[in-house]
Design a protein around this ligand. Structure first.
Ligand code: OAD
Length: 235
């Protein structure tokens, strides 16, 4: 089976009602991203950061996968599919995708603030100031904040290196190291970038640019790639 690797960002969940980070006013849900998504912000005002992510968790749980998440699942009948997402929501999983790797963590998990291997499912619960891990330290969201290492990189680089097709969806490719992943695809790989802003400010080469929203662009590209294999996807 040919290998498809998908790198998704906040834009794929925009049509599910979840806000992107860098679109209109440069704010994320009325906050400067550095005031809520950095270890410094958590050290300065842990309650603000915990509450902010508690709100994001509520939003994610209420959101539903959209046509882009859903149509990616169709690839699985014909391709070996890996989704590498920068998103902290679980909309790819809820759509039915079976191989999803979260580069930046997951909103519905907590982890210890002293030992990042201690991870706890929240099942929709909030994290409060005073909630502690088994070693007695404050719990924090299981999210990779700006300025922190991205431990998943080691696992995902070899997957991108083996891609026959790389599909990049709804990401500004502004945040490293995630953005650098596109450079690991082999030269022969077919590469597609779906984003309504097109290549505005994005530094990539050899990509077919599809300047559409994920909800429009992904289902038609899925159809196109599946047809190439000679099989009609179900609608
Ligand atoms: P950004 O907000 O930087 O980029 C979102 C992209 O989605 C932009 O290029 C938009 O043009 C595009 N977009 C908007 N609506 C869309 C739609 N309906 N369909 C498709 N694309 C659409 O988000 P990311 O690139 O995901 O990290 O941001 C990367 C990381 O920066 C995030 O994971 C987060 C943030 O800081 C952390 O929180 C650690």
């Amino acid at each position: 089976m040919k290998r498809i690797v998908i790198l998704s960002g906040a834009g794929i969940s925009a049509e599910s009602g979840l806000k992107t980070f860098r679109d209109s006013d440069g704010l994320w849900e009325n906050h400067n991203v550095y005031d809520v998504a950095t270890p410094e912000a958590f050290a300065r005002d842990p309650e603000l950061v915990l509450n902010f992510y508690n709100e994001r968790r509520h939003q994610v749980l209420e959101a539903k996968p959209n046509q882009a998440h859903l149509s990616l699942v169709e690839f699985e009948s014909q391709f070996n599919v890996t989704i590498i997402t920068q998103n902290i929501d679980d909309l790819h999983e809820r759509a039915g995708s079976s191989h999803v790797l979260h580069l930046h963590g997951e909103i519905d998990f907590a982890r210890s603030s002293v030992d990042e291997t201690l991870i706890y499912p929240l099942n929709g619960a909030e994290i409060k100031l005073g909630d502690r891990c088994q070693k007695g330290s404050q719990l924090r969201p299981h999210i990779v904040w700006l300025g922190e290492a991205v431990p998943m990189m080691e696992e995902v680089i070899p997957l991108v290196e083996m891609a026959d097709i790389l599909l990049v969806i709804g990401t500004s490719l502004a945040v490293y190291p995630a953005a650098g992943l596109v450079n690991y695809a082999p030269p022969f790989a077919e590469k597609f970038y779906i984003d309504p802003n097109g290549l505005d400010g994005v530094n990539i080469h050899d990509f077919t640019i599809i300047p559409k929203t994920a909800g429009e662009g992904v289902p038609s590209l899925v159809k196109q790639l599946m047809n190439k294999k000679g099989i009609e996807p179900s609608d």
